[in-house]
Design a protein around this ligand. Structure first.
Ligand code: SAM
Length: 308
């Protein structure tokens, strides 16, 4: 069975990128009255404690979402920087207001916390559910027995009834029964752990199959940028697939540090097919600020491309 637990990574830079895209896409897609079906192929546990053992051990939220609250990475993460920050006014970047997309994302996360604390981090199923209307539907898949049990319990507390279905099934296979959706409007988030090398190929096959079943759905794929041929090839293959199908696509990447072996995930990307047409402009504004706030060294940067 898998060893990946999202609790170690909740609120890291990859979650900031992925969940900012998710919030912006959902805000746009719920403007139209017609019911929306959202499919989360890899849901995780749903809710995470940032002050719990997992997150404290990894400290990943400190270099992710906490930089949006406390200011740029360098101003908080080294002992020297902390001393300097105390001795002189915070750097200009820390005082700058967040761009609307980052502010909306942070507001969503904050709405799960009381006051100014940031102890709880909602995963994708909870972020999605919060943004849905009563007639929209969410289908969430999770295969890890422990995380699926947590997700079930966490979702039950929402008392969302038929609005949310948790499925302890393989997300790559299970989506098929939900496409095309009843009101012919869907957003699919595909966010595997990529623990198994074959996940990259399965993502590609899944999106190809989804496009056949429901060509106008919005498909959002998160992937890690790591020195592995499969990871490098995935966005290229998705782009070729979208171009061949004559579909619009949007590709955003965020790098927070140079990729030194063993130093944690340096970068990740989001590839969307049939993205909301507003998303490119939103990310064009938000990505530089993500770099400014979460960038850790000179290797930090972003890319934003589109086509179709
Ligand atoms: N989407 C979540 C979020 O943004 O909060 C995080 C998901 S985490 C990156 C990936 C999850 O997929 C893990 O909890 C893992 O147990 C689960 N998983 C792995 N393979 C799966 C599969 N074939 N079907 C469904 N879930 C799977």
């Amino acid at each position: 069975m898998f060893s990946y637990r999202h609790a170690f990574h909740a609120g890291n830079h990859a979650d900031v990128l992925k969940h900012t895209v998710l919030v912006s896409a959902l805000q746009y897609m719920t403007e139209k009255d017609a019911a929306l079906t959202v499919i989360d192929t890899h849901g995780g546990a749903g809710l995470y404690r940032l002050d719990g053992d997992y997150a404290s051990t990894s400290g990943e939220a400190d270099t992710g979402i906490r930089c949006l609250v406390d200011g740029p990475f360098s101003a908080q993460n080294t002992a020297l920087a902390v001393k300097q920050a105390a001795a002189k006014p915070a750097p200009e970047a820390a005082a700058k207001p967040l761009t609307p997309a980052l502010q909306s994302y942070l507001d969503q996360i904050r709405s799960f916390n009381s006051g100014n604390s940031l102890k709880v981090y909602p995963g994708s199923p909870f972020i999605i559910q919060r943004l849905l209307r009563s007639h929209d539907r969410l289908k969430v898949f999770e295969l890890h027995p422990t995380d699926a049990r947590s997700l079930d319990g966490n979702i039950a507390q929402l008392e969302a009834g038929r609005q949310v279905a948790v499925l302890r099934e393989d997300g790559f296979e299970g989506v098929k029964k939900f496409l095309p959706p009843p009101a012919r409007r869907a957003l699919l988030l595909c966010d595997p752990s990529y623990e198994i090398k074959t996940d990259y190929l399965r993502v590609q096959d899944l999106i190809a199959d989804c496009l056949k079943r429901f060509a106008t759905g919005t498909y959002a794929v998160w992937y890690p940028i790591i020195p592995r041929p499969e990871a490098h090839d995935l966005p290229k293959r998705l782009k070729t697939m979208a171009n061949k199908a004559g579909k619009a696509w949007l590709h955003a990447t965020l790098t927070v540090k140079s990729g030194k072996a063993g130093s944690g995930l340096p970068a990740s990307g989001m590839f969307l097919i049939n993205p909301p047409f507003t998303l490119k402009a939103i990310l064009k504004e938000a990505l530089p600020q993500m770099v400014e706030l979460m960038g850790q060294d000179r290797g930090a940067g972003f890319t934003l491309d589109s086509g179709g």
